[in-house]
Design a protein around this ligand. Structure first.
Ligand SMILES: [Zn+2]
Ligand SMILES: [Zn+2]
Length: 361
């Protein structure tokens, strides 16, 4: 089978035939990959901003068909249409699963053992999560797989495994934004647009899109942003957000850009008693905060990984929202690329041209 392998950071991925994958063991399934979207989290690994052993296999926003089920797999059978992502449905027994937070299941870190080998038999490390989606077949624990209705288009469905759910879930699951709150979303790419969709769904107003590109802000308006701030052109973007929120600052701020400067700015845009949620991965650098910024303001700075997803509930819900015309997915797709052209898809995302590029198998 073919895969796009990362042998060196910042070098084109190598399309290699003759790759093998382990058959599904106990509790695992083998999936025939139909589509995998390229996410900024993949870029963080492919560019070495976040380090991973090499050679490696990235890709984690995947949809496809169950090809084979291992022992003790329940609720999945050959031929099922599925979404495969990084968020676990949980073991159902640990502390976090028991309190209804299965995305934080204590067993979630156990899924990173390599399943693929290159044509020379060298194991391929999993990059950007436990999926290994830039390949024709992958084997994963059943906890990473969610069955979806057969009539859901699979190239739309793959977006639900990370980009859409990370943005939407940060608003709806993590912050639980109440109606009539004000929301600012810093970074309106493939994740931020979905925080905007989540804010609109939650009944927030205003919904302020903050970005440095006018083209992205224009798109943000089509996803429901009521106000926009160009953080590069605006002399004081923090004041601009405060002016739009009765001088208070936004009640909820979602930072979907993986940059500490954006986190710092987003926190300043947040009003007293408000919550700033860090959604984008920002490896390495440090951001500075004064303790007094927290004490009397009671501001909360927190994070959200993968939309705090309860996969078995949230992914089918997002599918039904899409089918009802209440969730935009078609508009998130910038292009389809066959596996052979994956490097073009990666480059276009790097340049900021694309929301989501989808690799087709
Ligand atoms: Zn992702
Ligand atoms: Zn658990």
């Amino acid at each position: 089978m073919k895969a796009a392998i990362c042998y060196e950071i910042n070098k084109p991925l190598v399309i290699e035939d003759g790759v093998t994958v382990a058959p599904p063991g106990r509790g695992q399934v083998k999936v025939r990959v139909a589509f995998t979207a390229v996410c900024h989290s993949d870029l963080h690994f492919l560019t070495g901003e976040i380090l991973s052993p090499l050679p490696g296999l990235a890709g984690h926003e995947t949809s496809g068909y169950i090809d084979e089920v291992g022992e003790d797999v329940t609720g999945l059978k050959e031929g099922d249409t599925v979404v495969v992502g990084t968020v676990t449905s949980g073991c159902g027994r640990c502390y976090y699963c028991t309190i209804g937070k299965p995305h934080n299941c204590v067993e979630r870190h156990a899924f990173m053992a390599p399943k693929h080998k290159n044509k020379k038999g060298v194991p391929l490390a999993l990059m950007a999560g436990p999926v290994g989606g830039f390949v024709e077949y992958t084997t994963v624990p059943q906890e990473l797989v969610t069955r979806i209705p057969e009539d859901m288009p699979l190239d739309r469905a793959c977006l639900l495994s990370c980009g859409v759910s990370s943005g939407f879930g940060a608003v709806v699951n993590r912050a639980k934004v109440p109606a009539m709150s004000s929301v600012a979303v810093v970074g309106t790419g493939g994740v931020g647009l979905n925080s905007i969709q989540g804010a609109v769904f939650s009944g927030a107003y205003p919904v302020i899109a903050v970005d440095v590109l006018d083209s992205k802000l224009k798109t943000a308006k089509t996803f429901g942003a009521t106000h926009t701030v160009n953080a590069q052109k605006e002399k004081d973007p923090v004041k601009a957000v405060r002016d739009m929120t009765s001088g208070r600052g936004a009640d909820y701020v979602f930072v979907t850009v993986g940059k500490v400067e954006a986190i710092r700015m987003g926190f300043s845009m947040c009003g007293d008693m408000g919550m700033t949620v860090v959604v984008g991965l920002a490896g390495g650098n440090m951001a500075a905060f004064e303790p007094m910024e927290f004490v009397f303001t009671e501001k909360i700075l927190t994070g959200c990984g993968g939309g705090s997803l309860r996969t078995s509930v949230d992914i089918p819900f997002l599918v039904s929202l899409y089918k009802a015309g209440k969730l935009k997915l078609d508009e998130l797709i910038s292009g389809h690329y066959p596996l052979e052209r994956i490097n073009d898809a990666v480059e276009s995302l790097k340049k900021g041209d694309a929301l989501r590029n989808i690799i087709t198998f």
